[in-house]
Design a protein around this ligand. Structure first.
Ligand code: B1M
Length: 772
């Protein structure tokens, strides 16, 4: 639609959706050309028809969408009409400021208008944030009965902008019950093939593909796509042969591409869909496949029997809980159980808060552990991923409450083998309850892959004869029902001495029976070692690679040390925001501000930056670290402002991070340090337009302008800002800084000075203002 509108004169800055009102004939003509070319589905001209993007057009969401659907209906020919919904255009929390429910409400409005107007299906497309995809799918499914298709957009590294890989997209979207999923836009069809193959490997529902006509290039200020119709349809055909069955084009394609594609695939049948049968759970950037080796579920986020944890919950001490989460992740947990149930707190509120906080700094999938279905539903809704729900059991009432939630949000569910008569002693009876759980789940549309059975561990001290029954039940459930199993291991040793030894032995026995996911304390090194050694003996750790790596330098067996809470660097790397202020205050008692900046803040950010570049962490984690630095820096700034006895200004300086660049931590440090030396700073902020720098520099008649840039791509706009200052005869010196620059670069772009850090900036400013 975009390409076709541009061909018909849509100008930069015009809102394409307004054409539904002011140029309906153009939109109709485009639809007819696509129908003529052989398309079965046409998408309405409503990609950006949300209340935020239409705000200044004078038209409402409803007006635009109803008109768009009507035009599509009027277009001659046989077709289905897809209500097109593109990204909202603002990032969701924690990356941006839009809340999940606000995003839901925005999309809900579009869906309701589309349904009212009579579209045939809903197409959510070009989404790069999995959380937004979830909000959009829920909005579509809760407010319509129409089929819902959802496609995301991927980058060259095979992930979306916020770090989601294909398997994770499949895990979440399939769980939410969309009717088709896939990829659009992103890259050219050739580059997209590996991503499509990965999606096909895991998806059990129809896969949809709409690639661009190649990778965009800017030639003479215009975006040009360089793939011919022939080449495009050749690639898309390969995708069809591999199993993609809803095909189309995105940026740069037009009716000729569709015509060519239709002629190539005419008469061919789509590949038959098969149920892939994986048991998967995911966070936004990590999917864990259960049944594929042993997966550890960390049990530490649970107040039962832990006084400190209870206090943390009562006092809202989220950092304590986050530290537990980080420690377990570092000790090798694959999934984290989250239980915050305490009678004296509001469990729903606390669960939502804890889930939000954990998912913003940790990429392990979570297990929502509560006995309240209200808590479970609230958590499953806001969780950005596919969680495990812990738990149901053989009682009808609990299954009636929890299964609809699991189905709606696409979660896995733990089924405990107990019912109204308690826990049966015999393995066969526990098996019967497991069977009932799996069959009842099926009635709710939940596949058996999404059920995990817990055959329940009893204590050897009190019910010794039942320990072996549990193990027998695990084997029965695995072999006869074919579902995955989990067990809370440490229950076995209550009341006996040397509990660790019993736990280890029991775990080994259970693993042999086919246990997929033990719930345990991963900070305990010996129990984690049992798993590592089991993997060697069970031929799961091929050539004992992991085992050798873990044991090559082991001398003393030690439990995993918890993270160094006192170390500001660690805290920034992990992104524990609240803790940063307190520790910075402590450090300021014995260090000056610059030492903290140079020895803690910058080295920590360097490590985070390197991890980001290697793809070990993704944008949300990068942001958490940046936010943590901000908290720390706020304390430093407070101290500097207090100590800076404001006298006569030693000179006025403008500071700005250049156009296109939103990194401002470095610039803010330079600002505070310059202020500390008595300079008056006019801070223009980040992403500052060139004209603004020129205008303010003239108005304020400043002698020094400081520019900061952190990315190779924004050095260009730094050069343009300098050029504009000089062309406009602003009588000032220009100093530049930022991690991508060096003295040679600075000279090349005609800056007067380069400062490698804040201290150098001060020296230069002193020189310019003749201060000795
Ligand atoms: Co981004 N980011 N980031 N990021 N980020 C970098 C810069 C990157 C190197 C990470 C990486 O890939 N390794 C990479 C740039 C690659 C390149 O172009 N070479 C990068 C990228 C790619 C991106 C995004 C595009 C990611 C994405 O969205 N896919 C995106 C950019 C969006 C945009 O700008 N349009 C993005 C976003 C972000 C966050 C928002 C998450 C966050 C910024 C938060 C904020 O600033 N408010 C962020 C962060 C934190 C970083 C890293 C990790 C740290 C930057 C930093 O604050 N350093 C960074 C990797 C790294 O540098 N290690 C990275 C500490 C700071 C004190 O140093 O700014 O150099 P610095 O300032 C120093 C000196 O350089 C000097 O003094 C300061 C104190 O000594 N100085 C001056 C700076 N300005 C000066 C001006 C002067 C004088 C001295 O006179 C005027």
């Amino acid at each position: 639609m975009g390409t076709m509108l541009q061909q018909r004169g849509l100008k930069t800055g015009e809102v394409p959706e307004t054409y539904n009102i002011i140029h309906p004939e153009i939109i109709k003509e485009i639809h007819e050309e696509y129908i003529e070319a052989g398309a079965n589905i046409i998408t309405t001209n409503t990609f950006g028809a949300n209340e935020l993007k239409l705000k200044n057009t004078g038209y409402s969401v409803e007006e635009i969408i109803i008109s768009a659907v009507n035009i599509a209906k009027e277009a001659k020919g046989e077709k289905y009409i897809a209500l097109d919904i593109g990204p909202i255009g603002q990032m969701l929390e924690p990356i941006g400021t839009l809340s999940f429910e606000r995003a839901y409400e925005i999309i809900k409005k579009q869906v309701i208008a589309g349904v009212k107007a009579g579209c045939d299906l809903i197409l959510i497309e070009t989404i790069s944030d999995l959380y937004e995809a979830k909000a959009a799918v829920l909005a579509a499914k809760e407010n319509s009965n129409l089929p819902v298709f959802c496609t995301m957009t991927f980058e060259e590294n095979g992930r979306t902008f916020t770090g989601t890989d294909p398997i994770t997209m499949v895990t979440l979207l399939e769980g939410l019950g969309v009717d088709a999923l896939g990829v659009n836009c992103s890259l050219g069809p050739g580059e997209l093939l590996p991503i499509v193959e990965e999606i096909l490997k895991y998806s059990s529902i129809p896969v949809m593909v709409q690639p661009n006509a190649g990778l965009p290039k800017i030639i003479n200020g215009e975006t040009v796509y360089d793939i011919s119709e022939e080449e495009f349809s050749k690639h898309v055909q390969i995708m069809a042969e591999k199993g993609a069955c809803i095909l189309g084009g995105c940026c740069g394609t037009n009716e000729k591409f569709i015509k060519k594609l239709v002629s190539e695939i005419k008469g061919k049948s789509p590949k038959v869909l098969e149920n892939k049968g994986y048991t998967t759970v995911c966070s936004p950037s990590k999917t864990v496949i259960l049944g594929n080796g042993v997966k550890v579920i960390g049990e530490r986020i649970n107040p039962t029997g832990k006084k400190k944890f209870k206090d943390a919950l009562k006092n809202n001490n989220i950092d304590y809980i986050l530290t537990e989460a980080i420690n377990q992740m570092e000790a090798g947990a694959d999934i984290l159980d989250v239980n915050v149930g305490l009678p004296e707190i509001n469990e729903t509120e606390m669960m939502v808060r804890v889930i939000n906080e954990i998912q913003s700094i940790i990429n392990l999938p979570l297990q929502i552990d509560s006995s309240s279905s209200e808590v479970i539903e609230a958590a499953a809704r806001i969780y950005n991923g596919k969680p495990i729900i812990n738990s149901v059991n053989g009682k009808d009432q609990i299954m009636r409450e929890v299964f609809p939630i699991a189905k709606k949000y696409g979660a896995c569910v733990v089924g405990l083998t107990l019912d109204d008569n308690g826990i049966p002693s015999k393995a066969e009876d526990r098996f019967k309850i497991a069977e009932k759980i799996v069959n009842t789940a099926k009635e709710y549309g939940i596949k058996k892959e999404d059920i995990l059975i817990d055959c329940l561990v009893l204590t050897a001290s009190a019910q010794q004869e039942e320990v072996m029954e549990t193990l027998k039940a695990v084997r029965l459930v695995k072999e006869k029902l074919g579902v995955k199993t989990l067990l809370g291991v440490s229950n076995v040793s209550f009341g006996l001495p040397n509990r660790e030894l019993l736990n280890q032995t029991f775990l080994s026995m259970a693993l042999v029976q086919g246990l997929d996911a033990p719930i345990l304390n991963p900070n305990n090194k010996t129990i984690m070692d049992v798993i590592k050694s089991f993997k060697v003996l069970a031929n799961l750790d091929k050539e004992a690679k992991e085992y050798i790596e873990a044991n090559s330098n082991v001398e003393v067996k030690q439990d995993v040390q918890p993270i160094n809470k006192g170390n500001l660097k660690d805290i920034i790397i992990k992104g524990i925001k609240e803790e940063a202020s307190q520790i910075t205050k402590e450090l300021l008692k014995t260090n000056d501000s610059l030492t903290i900046v140079d020895n803690y803040l910058i080295p920590a950010l360097d490590i985070v930056g390197a991890k980001f570049e290697r793809g070990e962490i993704f944008l949300p984690q990068l942001i958490q670290s940046a936010e943590t630095v901000k908290n720390s820096f706020a304390v430093i700034k407070e101290k500097e402002v207090l100590e800076n006895k404001k006298g006569i200004s030693k000179g006025k300086i403008i500071l700005a991070t250049v156009k296109g660049d939103i990194h401002d931590i470095g610039k803010n440090i330079v600002k505070v340090i310059l202020e500390n030396y008595g300079f008056e700073i006019i801070d223009l902020g980040k992403d500052v337009p060139i004209e603004k720098v020129v205008k303010i520099a003239k108005e304020e008649d400043v002698k020094l302008v400081g520019l900061s840039a952190l990315m190779t791509t924004t050095v260009k706009s730094m050069e343009e800002t300098i050029k504009a200052l000089k062309e406009n005869n602003v009588q000032c010196k220009i100093i530049v800084g930022g991690a991508v620059l060096n003295p040679e670069y600075a000279e090349m772009i005609n800056a007067d000075y380069y400062a490698k850090d804040a201290q150098e900036a001060v020296q230069i400013a002193k020189k310019i203002f003749n201060i000795v």
